[in-house]
Design a protein around this ligand. Structure first.
Ligand SMILES: [Zn+2]
Length: 468
């Protein structure tokens, strides 16, 4: 009996030893803190810190591969830990537990079209994941008056934040307006995006819709057409705008440097006048061509615009009223004036010229008084609309006063030796000495091999630096 008992004991001990050694041999060498590690999205984590202990090895011997983890995206990922020949996979979950923060707009007025989206009331959302914005309940947004609403912002981790505000629902009677509508020039057979520079604004609808009717326009045929914009808000208030579209052969858009040829571009601003006829005669006499940047201030002489054009001179646009305080009061005011002078000239010569000169030149500072930054805008915008502007790189200085001495005008006008010279002169009743100086100026340059040409689309485009 005693022997049997001992054998039993021995067996038990043996089984215990075997079990214990098996356990010791097969138990994981790496012990982790948790079954699954949770890490806040976009936060730093240290994969080593997930290891509670390492059996039989130093913690620093563990090799970690966490290349599968995308800390910027919610989800469960696997990190691989290696010690010797053993590999352990451990899970990490990227979570978003922090509720979104946001602000609500105050004193919001909304139309009763019933199309208000909750997100229109929300600003400055802060959260680590994408959010949705919605109303907590279905509200009746079609009844005018005050309405208390609760807005919910929810993130990808399903965390929600609620805020309450009162909105004012109003029956919208006000039509939206369009900005950027102005006469356009487009090149024959070219496609154009009529909405490119157009923006719609409404008192209550954040996204008024714009429709363009360009069915009248035939871009394969030169001519003047009309397009109609209709802008409407979600309460169905409408406004229509008509825009003139001129299909032309070629648009000048690129600035041109000086050519190798010797060319003088005589340019006369502010005409026509009682001196125009005399200028034309002198030009004829020397077989010279010139450019007239005309205005609408002396229309009894407009027949001379036609005459100059027929003689092969270039007619270009200066301004209709030449009143700085009006022309430079706003971008729209400038283009209104430009459209007027364009139409006036068209009556004489059959088309709207694309060559323009800003009153005072593009470098003028007087426009600052009426509209800050306007020249910076206009110098770009005129080109968007198919015009090119010309300043000058030669100056007769006849703008210094009336009756500037002829000798002084000649001296100043002939002071340039550039290849291409665009000389500023004026064509008004008061500039008699300019007319007198003209023959000597022309002779001077002709003797030096210069030709006198009118501006065309290949001409040098002198541009001064914009100061406003
Ligand atoms: Zn002028």
């Amino acid at each position: 009996m005693k022997l049997k008992k001992r054998i039993y004991m021995l067996l038990i001990v043996l089984v215990f030893i075997i079990t214990a050694s098996l356990y010791i041999l097969t138990r994981p060498k790496i012990v982790f803190l948790h079954d699954i590690e949770k890490v806040e999205i976009n936060n730093q984590y240290d994969a080593k810190s997930f290891v509670e202990k390492v059996r039989g090895h130093d913690k620093n011997e563990v090799k970690i591969d966490d290349s599968k983890v995308n800390i910027k995206k919610l989800g469960t990922y696997v990190i691989v830990y290696k010690i010797g020949d053993d590999k352990y996979e451990h899970k990490i979950e990227v979570v978003d537990t922090k509720a979104p923060r946001f602000e609500l707009l105050k004193n919001v007025e909304v139309d009763t079209a019933g199309k208000l989206k909750a997100k229109e009331l929300v600003t400055n959302i802060q959260d680590e994941t994408k959010t949705k914005v919605f109303f907590k309940e279905d509200y009746d947004l079609k009844k005018a008056g005050k309405l208390k609403v609760t807005v919910v912002v929810e993130d990808e981790g399903n965390n929600q934040t609620e805020k309450e505000t009162t909105i004012q629902l109003i029956d919208d009677k006000e039509a939206p307006v369009l900005e950027g509508v102005g006469d356009l020039m487009i090149e024959k057979n070219k496609k154009i995006d009529y909405l490119k520079n157009i923006t719609a604004k409404d008192n209550l609808d954040p996204n008024p819709s714009i429709k363009v009717d360009d069915s009248q326009v035939d871009t394969s045929k030169l001519g003047t057409y009309q397009i109609v914009y209709t802008v409407s808000d979600r309460s169905n208030n409408k406004h229509t705008y008509k825009q003139r579209v001129e299909v032309v052969d070629k648009l000048i858009q690129k600035d041109k440097g000086q050519s190798q040829e010797k060319i003088v571009y005589l340019t006369f601003d502010d005409g026509p006048s009682n001196n125009t006829k005399k200028i034309l005669d002198i030009l004829d006499q020397y077989n010279a061509k010139a450019t007239f940047f005309v205005t609408g201030t002396n229309q009894k002489c407009n027949y001379l615009i036609k005459e100059a054009h027929q003689k092969g001179h270039t007619i270009a646009l200066h301004t209709y009223c030449h009143d700085y305080s009006q022309v430079y009061s706003s971008v729209d005011a400038y283009f209104d004036d430009l459209a007027k002078i364009g139409q006036m000239v068209k009556k004489e010569i059959g088309f709207v010229p694309r060559f323009i000169r800003f009153p005072g030149g593009s470098s003028n500072t007087i426009s600052r008084r009426y509209c800050k930054g306007i020249m910076t805008q206009l110098t770009k915008e005129v080109k968007n609309r198919g015009y090119q502007y010309y300043d000058w790189n030669g100056d007769s200085t006849d703008a210094l006063g009336n009756n500037v001495p002829v000798s002084q005008l000649i001296r100043n006008a002939t002071s340039s030796s550039a290849n291409n010279i665009n000389i500023l002169c004026h064509d008004t009743d008061a500039k008699g000495t300019t007319v007198q100086a003209l023959p000597s100026i022309i002779q001077y340059y002709q003797q030096r091999g210069y030709q006198f040409k009118g501006i065309d689309e290949n001409s040098f485009t002198p541009h001064q630096s914009v100061n406003n």
